[in-house]
Ligand binder design. Sequence first.
Ligand SMILES: [Zn+2]
Length: 737
Amino acid sequence: MKKIVVSIFYWLAILFVIGAAFGAGFLYRVWNDSAVAFRQARGNLLVAGLRGSEPVSATRIYDCYGNQLATAFVENRYPVTLDQISPWVVRGFIATEDRNFYNHGGVDLQGISRSMLHNLRTGDRHGGSTITQQLSRGLFLVQDQTFQRKLQEAFIAMEIERQFSKDEIMEMYLNQIYFGSGAHGIEAAARTYFGGISSAELSLSQSAMLVRMVKNPSGFNPLRNPERCLTQRNLALFMMEDFGVITREQKLETSELPLGVDVHRYELEQDWDYFTEYVRQYLVGRYGWSAVYEQGLEVYTTLDPFIQESARLAIDSILTEKEPYWDPLSNTWSEDGERLRFESSWAHWQAIEDTTSGAPSYIQGAMVSIDPTTGYIKAMIGGRDFQDSEFNRAVQSRRQPGSSFKPFFYAEAIEQGWSPGSVILDQPVVVDLNPGTWRPRNYDREFHGMVTLREALARSFNVSAVRLGDAVGIETGAARAMAMGISSRLPIVNSLPLGSCMANPLEMARAYIPFATGGLARNTTAILKVEDRYGNVLESNEQPDPGRRVLSVTGAYLMNNMLQSVLRAGTGTGAHWYWGGPFAGREAGGKTGTTSDYADAWFVGFTPDLVTSVWVGYDNHVIRMRLKNGRGQSGSSIALPVWNSFMRRVFIESDTALAPEFPGPEPGEVEEVIICKVTGQLANAACAENSRSEMFWKGTAPTTVCEIHSDSIGFAADTTLGEFNDFDRNFGQGQGD
Ligand SMILES: [Zn+2]
């Protein structure tokens, strides 16, 4: 009688707490949701899944056309019927997990109140979940610990009890639970841990060990933590004796036995590459290992197989062609006194030196190609051979972007009111470092006097960029780069405009998106849609990121125009692909990058429909890319040709007449005047071939007419710039970075 009173008291107390805290409406909603979820999940798949007769629940990864790229699943699942399972296993689980199993209706309120009391006394967080509740928990992909989720589990458990017999529930449970080491279900556990025996053959000792392993599959792993595992097995024996399913003698005798494990490892599927591995890591991080390997997801990605193959072929062909002409081994920095590494990267550089000892010694390349209008990753190459090295250089590496970082500072300057025709000094500058001083040099080791922003960017003058960084502010320039998509931490140092930070190809491509979109930055994604095995959509990017404005429309237009000059008349003139033939009329811009010691070569190029970053270098940062004659290899001599080859392949089948165009400026915000490219002032007739058209923010064009080209003043030869338009266009000759 007393027992019944206590039991009723707990009933009432629990109902009161639940009712008072959340209200009947909430309960009803959860109950309703659960019923709907269960009805959706019910059906053949669910029953098959619970009973374990579904052989594998593979996660399938598809490209953007729905072709399968890869599958992920655990092969280690062998469904068995209850009569094929050692009775010790069933008795063990009931004794340790759910002593009321044969009496409750899915939820054991006595069990819950007992564990609540126990928790109050001891501070433990004991579950008190029945075997049926644990079974229902397995239906959820995301293992929440919320109160609402617990209620859902309870409701579904009650539903399961209504529809299945106790033996069916036990059978489904034993086929579903995870025992660690990739073993799903009792049969797989028996085979995995005990040398391939069947679950019918499991001894009392073996059963007791497995019964406790489900509580903490890795913590109680017999290989990793044999002592904890032994303790847990003996705890199970103690509880089984306590519950009366084994005798005291059986307990004592069995407790003396060794674990006797003989582990057989399982194999996962292996048809992976850098992109699918990138997706797999994302999925495991977001949904958990179990969702990916056991429950099965349908994953639709943004990858375009044609663009991906074009990227792979471009990297392979260019690097295979060029590497034999290099002599990397004789060109490590330790043998070269004029090494220059920026301080910000030095510590990182040293730190990774030790870790590159096992890395492949051949030249590496990485590429990311993104549709700027959606942020979808269309191609990703993380290295030259995934089987050889799974390190994904497209997203995991941290390399100096060099001059390919300059455009972010130019963009900041443009937004502050500078124009492509604004003049900046390219004259020696001494930068205070702490300690010491630093005199930035240009790639050609010359200084160029007064230059326009357009020319300084197109020809990648370092000294101008340092002066510009000083003028606009390092911190504001860094903030601009981050707003545009750079996610790595940026050091606030005077050399930052020269790219003395660390970045990876994915973020570099992402940060160039605003140059192609008229100023809109976008999040990048490899995921189009993820569904569970019942077809429920777990996440979707089918509505692409609408973008956020990080550059003004006209500012983005001016930057875009300057970055087109890089290809037409700057360090990017080797990008022959769009100059003629089938591609004539396409619009493109980009920027080269080379670190001062030739350890990294970059090119980030874009069209209205594809932003692509290319990185080339050795895994070992100390190895320089140099020809055997000692000449350094730059972004324009190795990374740019990869982009060139890639774009030819990508666009070869497409109709140039239908090619999209870059967005224009806001009406009335830009004016074009004819300037003298020597002085940057308004041209007069005497400037002759030095005249050229240039863009300014409306109202900021120069008003002074050229002061050096006139009949009264002679030609000032010592301030004359080299012929900008006649800049060396030889393909791949390493002119400039
Ligand atoms: Zn002039």
